[in-house]
Design a binder for this molecule. Structure first.
Ligand code: EPZ
Length: 419
């Protein structure tokens, strides 16, 4: 995918079926390595990041089968401790989960690079700190990070400096087969961490404290294959809801877990948006527009950083937003690259350190470029709600996280073409 062409200004109405969560699927797919058996995944999202993860597993020797009914089965038995080329691993952040999984299974792991969206520095010091506590040693040569635990991993008490999603997941995977008890303090409580813990538990791991900030793992010598349904993608759902708010109409997302999106639905209510919550559906409508509010991102259950740019787009829409809004970004050091693109469309935005203020502005057609996955989603929202023709370059960045983007958008009346 290179380019998204949008003819904006249409009211969007209808229902979107939400797919499986990318950020749950990635750690679960790599965690499968520690089972050494076949695992079956239902509702696995076919987004480019997930397909890349499967490519990495294939490189390592895993046998992958796409079944007719949509599930994917992965036989992890043939996996060997090879180092995937940087070209494979450096395009997705999730490849960092190879470290915990390979270390737990083989006592060694190597990574030539991990990628992901560019939000300034993306250190993995907390992952490495935790692996060190579990008994691994670390060395770097010619751009490759190698971890070793020849005597095997040994349970430990690990207090993370911040509730990092990636470090919590990686350490959970590694600890599942470490000898004895591991306690991860200040762990992330995101639904995708709970989903990973549920998968590992289904494979025979002993994990307590799921959904809290303290995870306790009693390591077991072996795990076994498991079947798992990937949880709904709360960020995909939130993005379509934001689109509905932006474009008038009434948009309903189906197949979601509404409890995961409380921070967003609370924010919408504060903005004066009509919100209807069902058992596994959320519908929004704001025919008369909405107010801007002040949003602060933070670790779950606070407002998700991965919905920050989409929310910012809403605050910029002159004619829809009745007053200015702001976003304070507390998770990533630098997640405001999309503001440059919104400015190209005519948005008035003041950014100072970690806070940006957005003023309702009359937006106009412009050639814009998706700076990253969610920044791209924000541009899509701004473009679809504004009269005119827009070209969004670097569409591949958006394809990393949105499955069947074109057909889902068209299903609610959006005029888009993706090349
Ligand atoms: C995950 O990234 C997600 N990616 C991100 O989603 C999401 O924005 C982020 O969690 C926060 O929710 C995947 O799941 C693949 P972190 P991750 O470790 O694990 C600092 C999207 O749009 N930190 O929770 O890399 C870090 O710099 C993507 O789908 C350290 O300092 O995030 C950041 O400021 C983008 N040292 C904060 O913690 C570490 O060792 C949170 O990072 C680790 C993290």
């Amino acid at each position: 995918m290179r380019k998204i062409v949008v003819r904006g200004g249409a009211e969007l109405t209808g229902e979107v079926a939400v797919g499986g969560s990318k950020n749950a699927a990635l750690p679960i797919l790599f965690a499968g390595i520690v089972t050494e058996e076949t695992c079956v995944f239902y509702n696995l999202p076919r987004v480019s990041d997930v397909l890349r993860a499967l490519e990495i597993l294939h490189f390592l020797g895993a046998r992958i089968a796409f079944e007719k009914s949509g599930e994917v089965s992965v036989d992890y038995a043939p996996v060997t401790p090879k180092t995937p080329p940087a070209a494979l691993t450096s395009s997705i952040r999730g490849s960092v989960y190879l470290l915990g999984a390979m270390l737990a299974r083989f006592g060694e792991a190597a990574l030539a690079g991990a990628g992901g969206c560019d939000f300034g520095v993306r250190p993995i010091d907390q992952h490495l700190f935790g692996f060190g506590k579990l008994g691994a040693t670390e060395e770097r040569a010619e751009g490759v990070l190698r971890l070793r635990a020849e005597e095997g991993l040994c349970g430990a008490r690990i207090r993370l400096a911040m509730p990092s999603v990636g470090a919590s997941a990686n350490l959970l995977i590694a600890a599942s087969r470490a000898a004895g008890r591991t306690v991860i303090e200040n762990a992330a409580a995101e639904p995708h961490i709970a989903a990973l813990a549920a998968f590992l538990s289904a494979a025979g791991a002993h994990i307590e404290g799921v959904g809290t900030s303290t995870l306790t793992v009693i390591g077991v010598p072996r795990l076994h294959g498991a079947r798992v349904t990937i949880i709904p993608d709360m960020i995909e759902a939130g993005t379509y809801l934001a689109l509905g708010v932006a474009c008038g109409g009434r948009v309903r997302v189906r197949g979601v877990c509404p409890a995961h999106l409380t921070a967003l639905t609370d924010a919408f209510s504060e903005m004066g948006v009509g919100v209807e919550i069902g058992k596994d559906t959320i519908a929004v409508s704001a025919p008369e527009g909405y107010r801007g509010i002040d949003v602060e991102t933070g670790p779950y259950p606070a407002f998700p950083t991965d919905l920050h740019p989409q929310m910012a787009a809403l605050f910029c829409l002159g004619g829809r937003a009745g007053s200015k809004g702001s976003v304070t970004e507390n998770v990533w050091e630098s997640r405001f690259r999309y503001t440059e693109e919104l400015r190209r469309m005519g948005a008035r935005i003041d950014v100072e350190d970690r806070r940006a203020v957005f003023y309702p502005s009359a937006l106009t057609s412009a050639k814009i470029k998706a700076p990253d996955l969610r920044g791209g989603a924000a541009l899509l929202i701004a473009a679809l709600s504004t009269r005119g023709i827009f070209e969004i370059d670097n569409a591949g960045a958006v394809a990393r996280g949105y499955e069947h983007l074109e057909s889902k958008l068209r299903g609610i009346g959006a005029r888009v073409q993706i090349y």
